[in-house]
Design a protein around this ligand. Structure first.
Ligand code: ASP
Length: 327
């Protein structure tokens, strides 16, 4: 083989790795039903919803689409399912309303958008994307975020759209108390969860998105980690894309998503080592329950959790598909 032919082979290998490959992972929360309560029928429903979202994201990437579009569309699909605590399936607040939080981040530009305490928005992740693409800001909350949603003509739905009988009963059980409930903090009926997606596209660009209804019976304008860039969501082409699910207060205190990135950047840990350190060590030390999904620019994926299960699915660079609930 001549030197020129050799160069061509190297280029082709490099080209193949960078241009023809992609990976994607999604989650539907670390608040799964305890194993004994999962029926085969329900399991099929969850897995079908995860598969649908994964396919939507994968198709975008397979057709040369961007990681940011793939994570937004995958999250929209999960928000549109009543099975998960985001968008349509969001939990009830102490006032019997739905207050949703979402965020999205582009690892190529380090641009990000986030919204919090929004109501009646069909797909909060798209509103977060609107903030990123069409405002000078990163994080809009409450009334202001709603005003912006109207200004951008974002799709709205009435209260009835967000009604879910299971969610309503979950709220009835604790609505007259000071208790609030995270899906993964209860022993039973811990059925739904926050949703998220991370992706690496053919160009090696990374993106992450997360969306949630937060905690049942939450009050005082409580905001979790999901819309907080660096805590619930983070993406940086130099390191990784991360979407978290779990007891939000601890993920905020642990700056969990950014911590995974920092461990890779400053300590040289691999994606898996960094994610494991955060989930099994740093968060655990402060009693943080939950998990995360993450991918790096080489298309590696990791999905660690320290709870009984985490609804999750992924398609890696070798075309291997995984859809799982328990460990
Ligand atoms: N992290 C979310 C929150 O605290 C909840 C979840 O992941 O289920 O709002």
């Amino acid at each position: 083989m001549t030197a020129i032919e050799m160069q061509f082979v190297i280029f082709r290998t490099d080209y193949k790795h960078k241009m023809n490959n992609f990976s994607i992972a999604i989650h539907g929360g670390a608040g799964t039903l305890v194993k004994g309560m999962m029926t085969p029928e329900l399991e099929v429903q969850y897995k079908d919803a995860l598969k649908k979202a994964l396919d939507i994201g994968s198709d975008i990437l397979r057709n040369g689409g961007s990681a940011i579009d793939a994570v937004e569309q995958a999250v929209i699909s999960l928000e549109d399912s009543h099975l998960f605590n985001a968008g349509k399936g969001s939990v009830f607040t102490s006032k019997g309303k739905h207050e949703m939080d979402a965020s999205i981040m582009d690892g190529k530009s380090l641009e990000a958008g986030a919204v919090s305490l929004v109501a009646g928005i069909k797909n909060p992740v798209s509103l977060a994307r609107e903030v990123m693409d069409n405002s000078d800001h990163v994080f809009l909350a409450g009334e202001g975020a709603m005003e912006f949603a109207k200004f951008r003509a974002v799709e709205m739905r009435d209260e009835a759209f967000f009604y879910d009988e299971f969610r309503f009963q979950q709220w009835q059980e604790i609505k007259d108390s000071d208790k609030f409930q995270l899906d993964h903090s209860v022993k039973k009926d811990s059925k739904f969860g926050t949703v998220g997606a991370v992706a690496c596209d053919e160009q090696g660009n990374l993106a992450a998105a997360t969306s949630t209804g937060g905690m049942t019976n939450k009050r005082f304008g409580r905001i979790g980690d999901s819309p907080v860039i660096g805590s619930g969501t983070y993406a940086n082409n130099q390191t990784c894309a991360v979407s978290c699910t779990g007891s939000g207060e601890f993920f905020i205190r642990g700056v969990a998503a950014y911590d995974v990135s920092c461990l890779m950047e400053y300590k040289g840990l691999s994606l898996e080592e960094a994610a494991n350190e955060v989930v099994f060590n740093r968060l655990k030390t402060i009693n943080g329950d939950g998990g995360l999904i993450a991918c790096d620019r080489f298309g590696n994926i990791t999905m660690p959790f320290n709870t009984e299960g985490m609804y999750r699915a992924s398609l890696d660079i070798n075309g291997k598909e995984t859809i799982s609930i328990y460990s």
